[in-house]
Design a protein around this ligand. Structure first.
Ligand code: 3H9
Length: 693
């Protein structure tokens, strides 16, 4: 075996040259990898002793794409295009040998090979769309030539990873190899290609499938229509579609030019910058500086959940979905039966939609043990308390848990705002107490805020993060403060929206601006969905706030058919004259002259306080890094992924501008005071991204 460079080897087996890449963690196409490939193909192509070439990777995967960290940096080394041309124009057949994942640029390299062999566990895909990009190395032109236009459209806009067997069925790979025997199988395949004198098949020359779709404009129109909701706001899906259209309507080289043009537009744009940032942020969020990856964990084989309401039931589903048995506790048999019924109905609905079989429904239900006796959970490894948000109730439960739970069990609370130190203080084991803040619906929402209290042990934190990953959540570690990170920032936005409203801007105008920015819904539509009466007590209501007045009129949100908005029988909202009338009454009483804020002002006055609250949270150490706040906002609050999150968005505007706009509105009467950290970073010309507390 001869080393071409630090990450590429070239060896010979019989009459086959074998090029092996080894660039951990994922063999991404860095400058070293491209240089290695260019050198190896040149050498292998010129070797008179061989008549075929196999390209294979060491480690956990085939090439997983371009090196994302290189985007935006000056180009170095051989270009990807040079490497691909060397492969495609090789005088000897080239066989790509795929295990793990062949993604993005990795699949684009494989598509330049004349043949492809994969193990069944391998997956192929073009996930660039998730980075706000399109496959910029010929993927959009070659893929439809193999799999056809419809499948190609689906793959480039969903970014899905297609399993090996399916790849074989759609012609993306030519043969499946036995697991663990890829190298031998690829070499044997290469020998077969030579023996049978098979042609040097170039995907670029295969036009049959794209020609079949030529003139079929309906195909693209209906695809766009069917996915309009899913693609709303994102630029990349449309650019991907345009490229596939180009593959259909233009000769290959012209299509490549169009792909390049659209790729350049995306890669230099703000959306892709935000989505690439998010890619790394999603991986960074798991890293806790003082809780290293090798921190010993507590084995969690059973879970006890206290409360079988919407939240408790949803939380239970997360665990049984991954095969972890749950004991579900309620105070009365009736409430327990109701909770179990809801869980079953959820599963049966999924079965009806074909997501799994009725047998799987029964298997999951069998993993839930309902009980009305709290002590029945005494021996579980992890308890999650999910009862209503009253400190006295939580304290009472934790006092009991402390008395009978086995030593070493993790005691979690699903509180969304209460002080976890105070809850922990009633136990003699505060090191075992942690916040596990799920978001509703808990079986669907990806976010989990893991809340570290003063005495929470590192083992409990490490275990909670690992459990979150196991149940498919994205977890962010936060500190104890009212509302933790997510709800605390949301409250700041809410206060700003209320102020706008009480100066004369109607709720639906505020919501419209937030929706157009990319949120799935605005402040008031969200309130109507959650219910205005959350935490509202009829007996104590004195009609002092808009919410009091609306609840007193039984306008308690979608569930009563009216709230801030009026709803029709399909829950479509329309602005309510009743709400507007009450708002105007309040404004008249305050003596303000009503003024409708322009859209730009609405947006800024809603977002600036979120950014400011984020800065305070960072300075107080309640979030580890700015990107964790952004992940919380994307995964839990619908902040548009293509804008990164409140902190990244602020960095993009520029922190000096953020401060300037805050001062501008403060001068007009908004209660905006730039947080010291924000002011400090702005003055130093720095970004949140670069800040490490
Ligand atoms: C592209 O190809 C554009 C082309 O069209 C060419 C245009 C000209 N680059 O996810 P993991 C790091 S765009 C750099 O935890 P897993 C990652 O940050 C690319 N780094 O592992 C992490 O680092 P750390 C299209 C990358 O086993 C470590 O590797 N391709 C890249 O759960 C482990 O990652 C994609 O979008 C990269 N491309 O999942 C695929 N990929 O340890 C992106 C990973 O320091 N990658 N890293 O935190 C993935 O989807 C997953 O990483 C993969 C493995 C499924 C491969």
């Amino acid at each position: 075996m001869a080393a071409i460079n630090a990450v590429t080897d070239l060896s010979t087996v019989g009459k086959v040259s074998v090029i092996t890449l080894n660039s951990p963690p994922v063999n991404a196409l860095s400058a070293d990898v491209r240089d290695g490939l260019a050198g190896a193909f040149k050498q292998a192509g010129a070797d008179p002793a061989t008549n075929a070439i196999v390209l294979i990777c060491d480690g956990r995967t085939f090439i997983a794409g371009a090196d994302i960290s290189e985007f935006g940096k000056p180009p170095r080394g051989a270009s990807l295009f040079e490497v691909q041309t060397a492969i495609e124009n090789s005088p000897k057949p080239v066989i790509g040998a795929i295990h793990g994942t062949a993604l993005g640029g990795g699949l684009e390299v494989a598509l330049c090979c004349h043949y492809r062999v994969a193990v069944p566990s391998a997956k192929c895909g073009l996930p660039e769309v998730h980075l706000g990009l399109l496959p910029g190395a010929g993927g959009t032109q070659r893929l439809p030539r193999i799999v056809g236009v419809e499948k190609a459209l689906e793959m480039v806009t969903s970014g899905q990873h297609v399993p090996g067997k399916q790849c074989l069925a759609m012609g993306l790979v030519d043969e499946l190899a036995e697991e663990g025997k890829l190298r031998e199988a690829a070499i044997a395949f290469a020998e077969k290609v030579v023996a049978e004198k098979r042609p040097l098949r170039k995907v670029r020359d295969s036009n049959e499938k794209v020609e079949a779709a030529r003139g079929n404009t309906e195909l693209f129109a209906s695809f766009r229509k069917a996915n309009a909701r899913k693609f709303r706001g994102f630029m990349a899906p449309e650019s991907n579609i345009k490229c596939i259209e180009a593959a259909v309507n233009l000769p290959f080289d012209e299509g490549m030019k169009e792909e390049r043009r659209l790729f350049t537009e995306l890669v230099t744009g703000t959306q892709s910058a935000a989505q690439r940032y998010s890619f790394f942020a999603e991986r960074e969020v798991w890293k806790i500086p003082d809780v290293p990856a090798d921190t010993p964990q507590i084995p969690v084989k059973t879970v006890g959940i206290i409360g079988a309401g919407t939240m408790g039931g949803g939380i239970a589903m997360n665990f049984v979905n991954v095969g972890i048995p749950v004991i579900l506790v309620e105070t009365t048999q009736e409430a327990l039966d109701r909770g179990i019924k809801v869980v079953r109905a959820n599963y049966e609905r999924s079965a009806k939609n074909g997501r799994f079989t009725m047998e799987q429904v029964e298997q999951r239900m069998a993993l839930i043990t309902p009980t009305t006796r709290l002590e029945d959970i005494a021996n579980v490894d992890l308890v999650i308390e999910a009862v209503f948000e009253r400190m006295e109730v939580k304290k009472e439960i934790f006092t009991k848990l402390d008395a009978f739970m086995k030593q070493g069990a993790i005691l979690g609370t699903n509180t969304s705002a209460l002080n976890i130190d105070e809850i922990a203080s009633v136990t003699k084991r505060p090191q075992d107490v942690i916040g596990l803040h799920f978001f509703s619906p808990a079986n669907v929402m990806r976010l989990l805020e893991v809340v570290r209290a003063d005495h929470t042990s590192k083992a409990v934190i490490a275990t909670s993060m690992a459990i979150a990953k196991k149940i498919g959540k994205i977890a962010a570690l936060v500190g104890v403060c009212p509302g933790f990170v997510g709800n605390r920032i949301l409250a700041a936005r809410r206060r700003a929206a209320e102020q706008l409203m009480m100066q004369g801007t109607m709720p639906w105008d505020i919501d419209r601006v937030l929706y157009d920015f990319g949120f799935p819904m605005g402040v008031y539509a969200m309130s109507d969905l959650a219910g205005l009466d959350l935490g509202w007590v009829k007996a104590e209501s004195k009609g002092l706030t808009l919410r009091d007045r609306l609840c007193e009129l039984d306008r308690r949100g979608q569930k009563t058919g009216k709230g801030y908005y009026d709803y029709d029988e399909n829950r479509n909202p329309t602005p309510s004259p009743v709400t507007e009338g009450i708002i105007k009454e309040f404004i008249a009483k305050s003596g303000n002259t009503p003024r409708v804020a322009p859209d730009e002002e609405i947006l800024e006055r809603c977002l600036l306080p979120m950014i400011n609250e984020g800065a305070k949270i960072l300075a107080e150490g309640k979030a580890i890094r700015a990107s964790d706040i952004d992940i919380i906002y994307q995964a839990g609050y619908g902040f548009p992924v293509y804008r990164g999150g409140p902190m990244f968005y602020a960095d993009q505007i520029g922190l000096a501008k953020v401060v300037e706009r805050m001062k501008h509105y403060a001068a007009q009467g908004a209660d905006f005071v730039p947080a010291p950290l924000l002011a400090e970073l702005a003055a130093a010309g720095k970004r949140f991204q670069d800040w490490r507390g």
